[in-house]
Design a protein around this ligand. Structure first.
Ligand code: NI
Length: 290
């Protein structure tokens, strides 16, 4: 059982064999995936996928490098679409200074607005941050934490910054990069962070793990990430899958019964955690040792 917290199965890289691939996920142990929107267009295609497949849920939002398209009307559309029963998060939103466009001020403005939107609709956030550590943290501190929390996806900073986000209550998304030989910084983050705040993600079709680096990624390749994490943490692969799946249920506010309270008025309080097992009801403190 694996919960892939960040996928882009609406990407054209999957046009050729999407149906066949998605049909295989269950039998390969992938229980649940959250498809992530990165623009208005892909938020719409994400919703479509989530309506089509019972194990696919949706996050909707506009990626920092796409924020030039945003305006009040589109923000209203996002607010409305967030009420859709398959939507579990607002994202991916954030800051990306690796690319020059759009202007940093535009990115910052719409990042803050979408954080506020998430707060308004009681949904967690999926954060994308690259080469923008300080600005991301400043805006998050001003506009977060809100009660629904969220995840820092494809975490690319050091362990000190990881601690800041952990202290704010956020989850850290770990994917293919942890298998790269030169990923010393991320391996340190994994080593030092508590297991109860880690979720697995592919970001597919991007970021395939070693030894498939450069090829199209999919949730089927998460086993390499599970193996890398189990080696760093010195725990079994089964335990990695079990804990990260339970974490993902908490992150996206699937109601697991005991030990977890969804935020007040959350539209998600009635949703059931799709992962079986008694671990899920345990409080995070039970896993502090890893
Ligand atoms: Ni992504």
């Amino acid at each position: 059982m694996i919960f892939d917290t960040h996928v882009h199965y609406d990407d054209q890289a999957f046009d050729e064999d999407r149906e066949v691939l998605l049909g295989r996920l269950k039998e390969e142990g992938i229980d649940t995936v959250v498809n992530i929107g990165a623009s208005i267009r892909t938020s719409k295609s994400t919703l479509k996928l989530a309506e089509q497949y019972p194990f696919i849920y949706a996050a909707i939002g506009v990626h920092p490098n796409e924020t030039a398209e945003l305006n009040e009307q589109y923000l209203d559309w996002l607010r409305d679409a967030a009420k859709h029963p398959r939507v579990v998060a607002i994202g991916e939103i954030g800051l990306d200074y690796y690319w020059k466009e759009p202007d940093r001020e535009i990115q910052k403005f719409w990042f803050a607005r979408q954080l506020d939107l998430a707060k308004e609709v009681h949904l967690p956030v999926v954060i994308h941050s690259r080469d923008a550590a300080q600005d991301t943290l400043d805006i998050m501190k001003e506009h977060a934490p809100h009660e629904a929390g969220g995840v820092i996806h494809c975490f690319s900073y050091g362990k000190e910054l990881a601690k800041e986000y952990l202290d704010m209550g956020f989850y850290i998304g770990i994917g293919g990069v942890v298998t790269f030989k030169n990923a010393k910084k991320l391996k340190e983050v994994v080593e030092s962070m508590p297991m109860d705040r880690m979720v697995l993600e592919t970001d597919c079709p991007y970021l395939s793990p070693e030894p498939l680096r450069g090829k199209r990624n999919s949730s089927l390749h998460l086993s390499y990430v599970v193996k890398a994490v189990s080696e760093i943490k010195g725990i079994s692969q089964e335990v990695v899958m079990e804990i990260t799946s339970a974490n993902a249920c908490r992150l996206y506010h699937f109601a697991p019964g005991q030990g977890f309270r969804a935020p007040e008025q959350s539209p998600l309080t009635e949703r059931n955690c799709p992962i079986d097992g008694t671990e899920i009801g345990k409080s995070p403190e039970d896993h502090r040792d890893y």
